[in-house]
Design a protein around this ligand. Sequence first.
Ligand code: HEC
Length: 141
Amino acid sequence: MGELTGRSTVLLAIVALVGCASSAGGQPESNGASEGVYSAEQAQRGRQAFTEVCRECHSSSEFRGRNFEFTWRRRTAWDLYRELRRTMPEDFPGGLAPQTYVDVIAYVLEINDYPSNGVELLPNEESLRRVPLGPGANKGG
Ligand code: HEC
């Protein structure tokens, strides 16, 4: 009897722990960019924002391929987010909604062939830090 109670207590504790881990941050655990970290819909919104705001001064090819990989090779989406909010649009730094900045980042991930998984990238440090940029980060290695 005593033994049984002890065992179910341990089980309950495990269930509680697992429950906590998977609800942390309010979205499923991501193992990094190769698992998919944004949704296609979000990238679509980002593309629109990019066209409306950023294309005045930039072309999307600036944020794609080797050029982009080289600039951001040791950094994460969090660094890109901070940089964008601090400096862009150049004529109105920080002038966009936090959500719009992450939408634009989702678009940038898309044009760099990062997989999407239907879960939106959120404008918070914890989720953005989990997204490495740079060579190979989009291919799981
Ligand atoms: C009014 C013109 C203008 C607009 C609008 C603008 N930018 Fe820029 N952006 C610039 C200029 C000029 C630079 C170069 C600044 C520098 O290097 O000091 C730059 C630099 C950048 C960089 C750094 C490039 C690098 O490789 O380090 C990024 C990233 C960037 N812009 C993204 C964006 C995004 C995303 C948007 C839209 C939300 C945007 N910019 C809107 C003018 C603009």
